[in-house]
Design a binder for this molecule. Structure first.
Ligand SMILES: NC(=O)c1ccc[n+]([C@@H]2O[C@H](COP(=O)([O-])OP(=O)(O)OC[C@H]3O[C@@H](n4cnc5c(N)ncnc54)[C@H](OP(=O)(O)O)[C@@H]3O)[C@@H](O)[C@H]2O)c1
Length: 341
């Protein structure tokens, strides 16, 4: 049994970590922080935990040493205090984008400022088990993943590895919880409710993680649109292939790429309502569902993927990575299949 603490526990990914870790057989949540809610029960902001967890928030200054520290903080916060946080635990998982990229130059290019702690970048392993499983085993410092980036990376990895793609044009639709729990002009209910608002048509920062993980030189474009949904990422990728292929070739590629992966499911049916992935089916889970449809010419492949931005796109992947770091069974605490309808 290990003792893990959560910094930024009043936020959305912090709340999801608390929910997942509470039911993890090898983890006890030792402390959870909020600067404003110290002394209040966690259910005051995570009402689903009422009667489940008796934990109370503490101020981050009152954190004690533990076995594993999760940081679920706004962008740039972890990097500015990494020395202090790393001093509290031998192992640490940071869910922000602060330590995801492997070079300070890439960070500066995509995030528009010099990295506050560049020496730490090489100590972190990017926390996507499907891409970095062996490096995550026993790792001490792990970064979380970008939710949109994870949808792209998992949806396109088999094609990229096979060198089959010429280019990909991707439309991603996202729910409001991607923006975190602080309100802003765009999250105000009359503005956000019912929205179909493209907020990033080119140059999304998560492209940096896509280039890093897919490692291919081909053009990949993606646009992100906010839609009426709280949790979820829906990806639809038009992939233009270098040659015409048969559907069975695509099946072979994806089955081969994800054989044995506990949290990637192939969903590509010929009949029925749920022939292709849909975010509501994976809400609250650690699954990423991936499906496809091949156009008549065999060279235009439409790939569809769905995941929960707070699950596989953040806290779920972090818990999966934690299981690898501590040599626990990789699926422990992540077995929840979601709810339907
Ligand atoms: N939301 C997503 O879908 C998603 C997906 C993947 C990755 N991420 C990444 O995960 C991180 C957290 O995202 P989130 O959506 O959970 O954010 P959030 O809902 O805004 O929560 C962040 C929490 O951090 C605490 N905090 C803020 N500044 C702090 C500071 N200086 N020191 C200590 N605590 C501080 C705040 O709590 P108090 O004010 O109560 O202290 C706040 O509740 C972000 O970096 C984000 O990019 C988010």
């Amino acid at each position: 049994m290990i003792r893990a603490s959560i910094v930024g526990g009043s936020g959305y990914t912090g709340g999801e970590l608390l929910r997942l870790l509470h039911f993890h057989s090898q983890v006890e949540v030792a402390q959870i922080t909020s600067r404003e809610l110290g002394g209040r029960y966690v259910h005051s902001v995570h009402p689903n935990m009422r009667g489940v967890s008796r934990l109370k928030f503490i101020h981050p200054d009152a954190l004690n040493a533990c076995d594993l520290l999760f940081l679920a903080l706004p962008h740039g916060t972890a990097a500015r205090s990494i020395e202090r946080y790393a001093g509290l635990a031998p192992k640490l998982i940071d869910l922000s984008a602060d330590f995801r990229l492997d070079s300070a130059a890439a960070y500066e290019r995509w995030y528009g400022e010099a990295h506050p702690a560049p020496d730490w970048l090489e100590r972190f392993v990017y926390g996507l088990p499907e891409a970095n499983r062996e490096r995550l085993r026993g790792a001490d410092f792990v970064s979380g993943v970008g939710c949109n980036a994870t949808a792209v990376n998992l949806a396109l990895s088999p094609l990229a590895r096979a060198g089959l793609m010429q280019r990909a044009v991707i439309e991603i639709k996202v729910g409001s919880s991607e923006g975190g729990n602080k309100s802003n002009a765009g999250s105000h209910h009359p503005v956000r409710s019912g929205a179909v608002r493209t907020y990033k048509a080119t140059g999304h920062r998560h492209l940096a993680e896509v280039q890093m993980i897919l490692g291919c030189e081909i053009p990949i474009h993606f646009a992100v649109t906010a839609i009426e949904m709280v949790r979820g990422v829906h990806l639809l990728a038009h992939c233009y292939l270098k040659e015409s292929v048969a559907e069975r070739d695509i099946w072979r590629l994806y089955r081969g790429g994800y054989r044995g992966e506990p949290f990637v499911r192939l969903v590509s049916g010929k009949v029925g309502l749920h022939r292709l992935p849909e975010p509501r089916v994976v809400a609250g889970t650690n699954y990423c569902d991936i499906g496809f449809e091949l156009d008549e010419d065999g060279a235009h492949l439409v790939v569809v993927a769905a995941l929960d931005n707070l699950g596989k796109g953040a806290a779920g992947s972090a818990v999966q990575a934690m299981n690898l770091m501590f040599d626990f069974d990789e699926t422990t605490g992540l077995e929840f299949p979601g709810v339907y309808p």
